[in-house]
Design a protein around this ligand. Sequence first.
Ligand code: AMP
Ligand code: MG
Length: 397
Amino acid sequence: MIDVDKALEIVTSNRGDFGTELVSLSQSIGRVLKESWHTDRPLPPYDRVTMDGIAIAHQDFSDGKRKFSLEGVAAAGDSQKEKKEPGTCYEVMTGAILPLGCDTVIRYEDLTITEGLALINLSEVIKHKNVHHKGSDRQLEELVVATNTIISPAEIGVGASLGQHKVKVAKLPQAIIISTGNELVDIDQKPLAHQIRKSNVFQISTFLSTLGIDCDTAHLIDNKKEIKSQMQNYLNQYDVILMSGGVSKGKYDFLPEVLEELGAQKLFHKVAQRPGKPFWFGRRESCTIFAFPGNPISSFMCMHYYFAEWLAESLGVPLRKTQYAALTNPIEFNPDLTYFLEVKISYSSTGQLLATPQKGNGSGDLANLAEADAFIKLPRGKNNFDKGEVYPILLYR
Ligand code: AMP
Ligand code: MG
């Protein structure tokens, strides 16, 4: 049995590579950028007027001039105008190119305009006021968004302004979620006394859909021959297989031996953790296999802790910052295991994250998951965790 940190290291060092693809800018939301975006023109591309009002040559104001006759109007979308007469002004609108011969803009709020004359009601005007200078945000061909960025609506806006209508992103893996067990029925069926509903498939497949992955699903009964013939196909077809159940010590837990008989390399089986101790992880050629224990909390925790990190590593996403929270109650835990305890997260009055343990009945207690928001990772080799002690958390909402 290996330690949690070693298990995570093995998982992340077995990264997948799914290549890249071109998608439209809108479709790139949530994906990992595999190119860097540079400006194709300076930002802003011209001296941009930032207020509706008049544009003047500042020298005229410094020379004591306060009344300016209006020479013309420059609107957003007009090509650049030129103020030709000395001592005049140009009416300008937000977004317009600053007319030639002008360097400063005065807002309508600071003017009185009567019969073609604008009177400036200010004793002081700073040169270049209300002008957003060409290239002052970014120069031509300057980096704006770096490769490996996860595309959010902010990058979509930036990408649109740069004309990035086709975007190169990391391809997502072809994935299948497989549940195992004779006791499982579909969720639209009424289970008999000895049956339960197949919940893991839904929690895993919807988690993957939040990551943009469209996955297939399948179910296997606890029959070794059947499992073997089906798994043979799946191993050839998918980049990643996420399974639940059938990896413990039970008489019908065939998965580890079947996977090995089919040539999959076991990278580890059993991790010193609760929940999720029987977790099996391996690969065959380019297919990575996460075989989680069937208990819903175990598979939920393992997909967040291990699968999410594997995917991030495979796609090249920069490491996420670990968050920490302080326990609000003391906890005693005696097994020699890392304990992923379900906690409710809140904030202290000073903004510190607080973790309140949720009393549950262990890895089979699915209802408890809806009460908590995170797992707090309590290290192995310690049995008493005091109120106020700070540990890493794994937020799942
Ligand atoms: P196993 O890992 O196959 O021994 O299963 C452990 C426990 O998890 C058993 O009580 C199973 O009935 C339950 N279980 C296994 N797979 C699922 C699933 N897909 N949805 C809900 N519970 C499951
Ligand atoms: Mg089972």
